[in-house]
Design a protein around this ligand. Structure first.
Ligand SMILES: [Ca+2]
Ligand SMILES: [Ca+2]
Length: 222
């Protein structure tokens, strides 16, 4: 196990030095120029930063801890990204131990969302999961079973967690927003209204809360 974690940490360090790329090139990228743009303790993958949180918490308390760091529990959008998460956990935890990520179907059973609001466009469940074993299982844990995939489980269990946040808005975009605010022009698309740095739209169609959220995610809002 020690050897594995040493290898994973070496791979992680190299990926951060050269810029993490997808699984096709191996998690260790060979020819990328961009450096790690995340702050200390965070690991970059594409446009986001990831951090392993060793302290075991329930899912909601893990999410709240991520929010306190300006992040959310991690969402996952490709197998390459999932492998990267596994490397981060494997390096920091010393093995592929069960770890909270941001998926939940607490609002409506079997309708999954990511807590960071991104599209639920990739899944990697263990065979037979999600299964609501023994009743409701609304929270998602990674590294489950022999193949280290996903399970739905009761949110009151305690596990370590992975937080993720975007670094897109820390530099150029904030400056751009400040200039726009100074010029006082509406940066929102047609039909949207700006307040501060965000755009708002009233949607007349009545829907349940989860379907309202889903139709949102399926539209072009991102
Ligand atoms: Ca469930
Ligand atoms: Ca389950």
């Amino acid at each position: 196990m020690l050897t594995i974690s040493l290898l994973l940490c070496a791979a992680l360090a190299l990926s951060q030095a050269t810029g993490a790329k997808g699984a096709e090139e191996g998690v260790v990228a060979t020819a990328a120029e961009n450096r790690n743009q995340c702050s200390t303790g965070w690991f970059q993958y594409e446009s986001r930063c990831f951090m392993f949180i060793e302290t075991a918490r329930t899912w909601p308390l893990a999410e709240r801890h991520c929010v306190s760091l300006g992040a959310n529990l991690a969402s996952v959008h490709s197998s390459a990204e999932y492998q990267f998460l596994q490397v981060v956990v494997g390096c920091k935890a010393g093995g592929f131990s069960p770890t909270w990520v941001g998926g939940y179907d607490a609002v409506q059973d079997r309708l999954w969302f990511w807590s960071d609001g991104s599209k639920f466009d990739y899944q990697n469940w263990k065979k037979g999961e999600p299964n609501n074993s023994g009743g409701r299982e609304p929270c998602m844990v990674m590294n489950w079973g022999d193949e280290y995939r996903w399970n739905d489980i009761s949110c009151g269990n305690s596990f370590p967690s992975v937080c993720s946040k975007s670094f897109c808005c820390s530099g150029a975009k904030v400056a751009e927003e400040a200039v726009a605010a100074a010029e006082n022009r509406n940066q929102c698309p047609t039909g949207w209204f700006q307040f501060g740095s965000r755009c708002f739209m009233f949607v007349e169609t009545a829907r349940t809360w989860p379907l309202a959220e889903v139709s949102w995610l399926l539209s072009t809002v991102n």
